[in-house]
Design a protein around this ligand. Structure first.
Ligand SMILES: [Fe+2]
Length: 305
């Protein structure tokens, strides 16, 4: 069956037909999905009833799984509900009960409701993320995506020149501070040490430029913190205007795949005290640090491979 993609918005996001994510893909199918990701940046696969192993195997068609020793620090003393290679983004504890609202693991997870790009707080941020919907609540819990290429394109010339060479500092400390989660252990502060990321990225295949924003960004090199925070807030408002956003309404069996290099996303509210949301994420490692990209002003633009 040929792979076809139906656009979900005028600017990005597509719904894929003709792919069974539970089965090994042929080279043509992998190429079609990759081309779809380059073009749409977010792809939706409906009706995919996947085990964790099948989701991991599907993900590995597109690169290497992200693996960091520091992953899971906040819950390092908590038994995981899922095995290695896949991450639990549910509101459940290891026994399958809804996490208590007072639990710091829950407070930490709430930070995912701010706009972000996965792993932008790591030296080499993630390529794709793939989230599968296993149990979906009856109300809310959409995932919203913003097309950061369209956001970049819509900047005026003055703003484009201003952002061109800026380097931001990203850390989980900044995004959690934004929701009042400030009680971190010394180990966590060490693990969340800020990393440098360029504010403008160039896609390694298409050459399209995009804004690399996230709630994890809390400083701009050479700027005062208040100046940086206000500018980043303004840019985020600009980038998340409705015309640049796709809001995914989940159904059980959805697999949603997004390119963190070209999009931001956020989770939306649901009745997390009374309903279960079980979604699981696999993540692909990025190719290179954004900081290795050389500005067009300085010569060639290269984001390694
Ligand atoms: Fe995320």
């Amino acid at each position: 069956m040929p792979v076809t993609i139906r656009p979900l918005t005028p600017v990005f996001a597509g719904e894929v037909s003709g792919v069974d994510c539970a089965e090994p893909l042929g080279a043509d199918e992998v190429a079609a999905v990759e081309a779809g990701m380059d073009k749409y940046a977010v792809l939706v696969f409906r009706g995919q009833d996947l085990s964790d192993e099948q989701q991991i195997a599907f993900t590995q068609h597109f690169g290497e799984l992200e693996a960091y020793k520091t992953a899971g620090h906040i819950r390092k003393n908590v038994d995981a509900r899922v095995g290695p290679g896949i991450a639990d983004f549910s509101n459940l504890d290891k026994d399958g009960n809804i996490i208590e609202v007072e639990d710091r693991v829950w407070s930490f997870k709430l930070g995912d409701r701010l706009w972000h790009s996965d792993s932008s707080f790591r030296p080499v941020p993630a390529k794709y993320s793939l989230l599968s919907g296993r149990v979906i609540p009856s109300w809310g819990a959409n995932t919203e995506f913003a097309d950061m290429r369209a956001a970049y394109d819509a900047l005026d010339a003055r703003a484009k020149a201003e952002v061109e060479d800026l380097v931001c500092l990203h850390s989980l400390i900044y995004s959690r501070e934004a929701i009042g989660f400030i009680e971190l252990t010394d180990d966590e502060r060490t693990a969340f040490h800020p990393v440098r990321q360029r504010l403008v990225r160039t896609h390694p295949v298409t050459g399209r430029r995009s804004l690399f924003l996230a709630s994890h960004a809390g400083a701009i090199e050479g700027w005062t913190i208040p100046e940086a925070r206000m500018f980043l807030r303004d840019l985020t408002e600009h980038a998340t205007q409705r015309e640049f956003v796709y809001s995914h309404e989940w159904r059980v069996g959805d697999l949603v795949m997004w390119d963190n290099r070209q999009t931001m996303h956020r989770a939306r509210r649901f009745d997390d005290r009374n309903e279960v949301r079980d979604v699981r994420r696999t993540t692909l490692a990025g190719d290179a640090a954004t900081i290795e990209q050389v500005s067009e002003h300085q010569g060639l633009t290269v984001e390694a491979r």
